[in-house]
Design a protein around this ligand. Sequence first.
Ligand SMILES: Nc1nc2c(ncn2[C@@H]2O[C@H](COP(=O)(O)OP(=O)(O)OP(=O)(O)O)[C@@H](O)[C@H]2O)c(=O)[nH]1
Length: 596
Amino acid sequence: MKNIRNFSIIAHIDHGKSTLADRIIQECGSVSQRELKTQMMDTMDIEQERGITIKAQSVRLDYVKDGEHYILNLIDTPGHVDFSYEVSKSLASSDGALLIVDASQGVEAQTIANVYLALESNLELIPVINKIDLPAADPIKVAEEIETSIGIDATDACLVSAKSGVGIRELIDAIVDRIPSPTGDPSAATKAIIYDSWFDQYLGALALVRVFDGEIKKGQVIKLMSNGEEHQVLDLMYPHPLKKAKTLAIKSGEIGIVVLGLKEVSVVNVGDTITDAKSPASEPVGTYEPAKPFVFAGLYPIETDKFEDLRDALQKLKLNDSSLSYESETSIALGFGFRVGFLGMLHMEVVKERLEREFDLDLIATAPSVIYHVYLNSGDLVEVQNPSELPELNHIDRIEEPYVKATVITPSEYLGNIMTLLISKRGIQEKMTYLNEDRVMLEYSLPMNEIVVDFYDKLKSISKGYASFDYEPTEFKEGDLVKLDVKVAGEVVDALSIIVPRTSALSRGRVLVKNMKELIPRQLFEVAVQASLGNQVIARETVKSMGKNVTAKCYGGDITRKRKLIEKQKAGKKRMKSIGKVQLPQEAFMSVLKMD
Ligand SMILES: Nc1nc2c(ncn2[C@@H]2O[C@H](COP(=O)(O)OP(=O)(O)OP(=O)(O)O)[C@@H](O)[C@H]2O)c(=O)[nH]1
């Protein structure tokens, strides 16, 4: 155990985590130049295309320093806030972490959020200032920012360029020297934490674990401590992106992959503890919480007969992504579909994209919503994930909504505008820290509802892309909230209902009907679009009738033009959903998110 080093890499998005991981792998000689395709650690297609890390990946490496042989276990963490539970379990499996900060950008919001998680796990942090090859690099200023914002000593930060390879060997030496070797009792009962799991087409569900006490042996019957299920270990491997080596045992202090031959990944959950079935450990490693979705949206097939296909696709995705949750629901407007729970907005985008791309489905997604705790006069608590299911107002005692702690880091020139934005989103300032004369860190408490709705885009646009943002769910607090309904041609379109603060209902209603009016194509008759609170209409617009048939003016005219027009109409129709007699385009269902 003395020569093992388990470490994670944490960083803000794009600060070079994957590039650095690739470089460390290469430096340890574990892959040849020929095998090194860039971003080796990001294996999913969507990850490679978007250049982001979604699933944590790990690798076991050999390294020799001063004639001593070391095992380096590099634990790549998903940097994005949506996956912070996975990040915290990766960190709990590590004994130290490299904190990567871009030398030209400085500390960003996600750097801070990840550091908080690492400090909770009492990890030894090595600050690493990356991209020192860039002309705009200012490592001294960045080291100061690290000290001001995080309060750790950055005088001995490693200066590297993951791109050119400068400083990489010194960094690996620092890992060996500064990160403590694992502790644990090799002779105690087996105790290992699952910090990642996924589904392999050939091997079934796989669990990536860190063994604290005892060992996991091939053939052993193990027990999952969260639910008492027992399974036999079919195989064991050390993780590596290209060549996973088999082993007969994963020992105390090591990381490895456990093959249990199960058909569903939902059995091996991140955060669960593996122990021996016959002589189990008395306590699990840390606390286990099942993945908790924070954002919900309805997903409906555009063609109603594709409902079963959508169910199959969701089932298949769930095999790979145990954090995905869904149940069938019916909408008067959209028919049969599913209410799907996501860890956050990025997770939602990724799932929707995978459904459309890998399963060839055309989907309508309703506006995302947070969970509301609705306390009824009877004293009962109802959890509402779908705004259209909010109970009648006269039955409600109070509604509580989720809050987040938001961290924003921005150049000071945008401070005024950003504070105005945060206040308009019902934010309350908790802290403001100047990282240096031109960058500021803001910490605010905000209703989560406000960041689901166009917050991030606004923040980026008023700061010309320079402000960064991260959040962490905190608590539920009472809010004065109402349900805003939309009626099209006199009928409530349930999929368009949203829950909003009473004070902004009128302005949201006006904007909403105005946007809807722009989006609804003219029909053969006049269509009223109304926003209402219960029976009270608060805003109205009218889509005028088109009078003549669009193709009418082509009669006798140019035949190709006419054909083109009809084709265009047909293509348009595919993305339309009929609500009563009215055709609504897909964008209409997202228009509730637009605030201006
Ligand atoms: N000039 C320069 N560019 C770098 C360096 N390291 C990484 N990059 C570039 O920075 C961009 C982001 O790097 P990634 O490794 O994808 O960043 P990441 O932190 O892994 O991003 P996520 O996986 O999305 O969290 C890429 O275009 C890299 O080529 C460096 O040392 N110098």
